[in-house]
Write a protein that binds this ligand. Sequence first.
Ligand code: ASP
Length: 312
Amino acid sequence: MNNFAIAVHGGAGPDSDSIRKHKKELEKGIQRALDKAYDLLEQGGTAVEAVEIAVRELEDDPLFNAGRGGAINSKGEIELCASIMDGDNLQSGAVAIVKNVKNPITLARAVMEKTSHIYLGSYGALSLAQELNLPMEPDAYFITEKQFDAYKEKRDQVGGNAQAIAKEQVGERMHGTVGAVAVDKKGRVAAATSTGGTEYAKEGRIGDSSMIGVGSYANNKTCAVSSTGDGEYLMQQVTCFHVHALMEYGKMNLKRACKHFIRDVCKDIKGDMGIIAVDPKGNVAIEFNSVRMHRGWKTCDGDSFVGIYQEE
Ligand code: ASP
């Protein structure tokens, strides 16, 4: 049997009163996602099943910016994005600008497994969800008080004009995402990522999270990686594939590749960046440059951790 392990994140970025206030609940949410995925892996489930179940758990949790609790854009709407990748066969699936689908990660997995495509957007993704009878929810289900207050505050500041949020402010806005990486008993790895994006973004904005190679990447030869932070910078660095490339071509091990990527390659980047990763041997690595990243891991040799701030 191979060493199995799961790691999850609930977003990297600036601190806030709300995060400090809900620290315990946020940690409980991370723990629940870890436990569900770990139990599944222990019973012989696949890495793909494990990352999907962990991300679904966080999508359903209103405290995280994915699924229910997603960020509200400048039109007052929630547009969700998600991606999943199976490192065993390099198959992947992704959806962008999806509304009303309860679990965008399950829709991304359906794109991977039930269609001949990889990436579906907007009404096409929605019609696949309807064809497959995936659970749908009305707009009100997704909107939380916290996100609505953040939306109103921004709207009052910029007077309804999303362009008024200058490019230089990209590294200062609130955002969030959830993600999971897993290695199963057979040594197969998988990654999954889901997001409501950045608050008060222009409608139609797509970040890194649903992009294969940027938000999620998995390859049994090297690792599985899920990223979070300022999407515009994560895309610039082709984040998750970059870590894979440092391992495959740069011959670095998992921990070194993750550390080198965040601390050296991205050292001058003014935005938030965070990654979680596992390799097929069951090693886990987490790196981030922001003050906090909701995160945790659980491995079959009894190692586990849940925390939010850098110093934990
Ligand atoms: N990367 C996400 C995005 O830019 C947000 C985040 O991870 O915090 O949409």
